[in-house]
Design a protein around this ligand. Structure first.
Ligand SMILES: [Zn+2]
Length: 216
């Protein structure tokens, strides 16, 4: 049993607009994409947040980015326990099958997921502590980050520090995947930490030499 319904009209109209213009003007290119398969150069892991628009920021067309989005754009630690691991599956496919050259973890300003983790750890969101909260259990990945940043007095600064730390936690967790570590050590894959300030339109990249995020 399912409850699928027809598309809302605004989406039907937008689709027909796309088909009649962008697709119609690039038919051969779309056909080639279909026939040759995808060969994306980069994988992007970002937040589900609708304001984070990596294809727009980096001017990417179809076929260029292999994108995985989840709450707060986190990568969990390697856990081959037979459970359902959507993020780990996407990383495995990108690295072992598509053999992407670059993997970007993209955090962003005013992230609701990071805010949720912050409030949960501060005792302000008991509902997220429930075992049944998928968001809470997912954001457990970021708990150590709250401990690290708890001494920052200003809340806005503390949240931004956690958003950036979330990117670093994910980059560390990526290296717990044997196939990621092997590809990085073979210099077939490079990892990048990005933080996007949505309002200012700024993109910062983690600079390991400076030990902080710096403007791109
Ligand atoms: Zn977010």
């Amino acid at each position: 049993m399912h409850r699928a319904r027809p598309l809302p009209q605004y989406l039907v109209q937008r689709y027909h607009g796309w088909k009649a213009t962008i697709h119609a003007e690039n038919k051969a290119w779309y056909r080639r994409l279909a026939e040759e398969g995808q060969r994306p150069r980069a994988m992007i892991i970002s937040c589900c947040d609708s304001r984070v628009h990596v294809t727009s920021i980096f001017g990417a067309d179809e076929g260029e980015f292999f994108i995985h989005r989840n709450i707060a754009g986190l990568v969990p630690p390697y856990a081959p326990d037979g459970d359902h691991h959507g993020t780990s599956a996407a990383v495995e496919y990108a690295v072992t099958v598509l053999k992407v050259a670059n993997l970007l973890v993209v955090g962003h300003s005013s992230c609701g997921g990071v805010r949720g983790c912050h409030d949960m750890c501060a005792g302000l969101a008991p509902q997220l502590e429930e075992k049944s909260s998928f968001i809470g259990r997912w954001m457990d990945i970021l708990r150590p980050s709250y401990q690290r940043m708890a001494q920052i007095a200003d809340e806005t600064a503390r949240l931004e520090a956690m958003e950036k730390d979330a990117v670093l936690v994910s980059l560390e967790n990526l290296l717990t995947f044997p196939f990621v570590r092997d590809a990085v050590e073979a210099e077939e894959l490079t990892l990048h930490g990005i933080w996007n300030d949505i309002g200012a339109g700024n993109v910062e990249c983690y600079d390991p030499a400076a030990g902080r995020f710096v403007p791109v």
